[in-house]
Ligand binder design. Structure first.
Ligand SMILES: [Zn+2]
Length: 233
């Protein structure tokens, strides 16, 4: 009987700590944002980098297109490739927080959860002098500790409104079609500039990079301006 009771309590606590926050942010869209603040704006964002092969190529393409984007970086990679982060900054892009490492947050205890958001933000601030106060949890999944920590440390969660499965190798034309189909006013587009995360197909970012000029064109054809993550929270 006691075993059952303990099991029930543990299950209830797990649901409250791991399950409810994911529903809260992803389904109910509470304590998180997924659109730009003002009409006529669209945010282009990239998760999981920096990657030594893909990110510099992506930066070349963004430069050629004259577009500023937001990079939600993994701190572990950012510290390994600081020159790429410095280049992002120098070229007017924004550097924000995706995590210390690419971990599944719902099952992390509060201290590790802190390191994924607040700790990661502080590490980026100390190393690169950026105000990294926008957090996009890895796989878009958080826990109760995340929801309590973010407001306390004046951080904001930004998810997305356009996601197109670009972590699988997909023809650039098909990526453009999917983005165009989901594109709306104030959209936040998420793409990926690394294939190191679990579930990503090797080489997928090359297709993303090839699709960027046409994605940029699609956004501009609708009359939207590009804004950064800090203009969405
Ligand atoms: Zn990610």
């Amino acid at each position: 009987m006691i075993g059952w009771l303990v099991g029930l309590i543990v299950f209830f606590l797990l649901v409250v700590y791991c399950g409810v926050p994911v529903l809260w942010t992803r389904i109910l869209h509470l304590s998180s944002r997924r659109y730009a603040n003002r009409p006529g704006n669209v945010a282009l964002t990239f998760d999981d980098g920096p990657h030594p092969e893909y990110t510099p190529r992506l930066l070349d393409v963004l430069k050629a297109c004259g577009v500023q984007a937001t990079f939600f970086v993994i701190v572990e990679h950012a510290l390994k490739y600081p020159e790429i982060v410095e280049r992002m900054k120098a070229e007017g892009h924004e550097v924000q927080v995706h995590g210390e490492r690419h971990l599944f947050v719902p099952f992390l205890h509060p201290m590790l959860t802190y390191r994924q958001c607040v700790g990661a933000s502080r590490a980026l601030q100390e190393r690169f002098g950026v105000l990294a106060n926008v957090y996009r949890p890895t796989w878009g999944a958080c826990n109760l500790a995340t929801l309590l920590l973010l407001p306390r440390f004046e951080m904001h969660m930004l998810l997305w409104s356009v996601m197109v499965g670009d972590w699988r190798r997909t023809e650039p034309r098909e990526l453009v079609r999917r983005v165009s189909e989901k594109l709306s006013d104030r959209a936040v587009i998420v793409l990926h500039d690394s294939d190191w995360s679990y579930g990503a197909e090797r080489g997928a970012p090359l297709q993303v990079i090839a699709a960027i000029p046409e994605i940029v064109q699609a956004v501009r054809e609708r009359g939207y301006n590009f804004v950064l993550a800090s203009e969405c929270v």
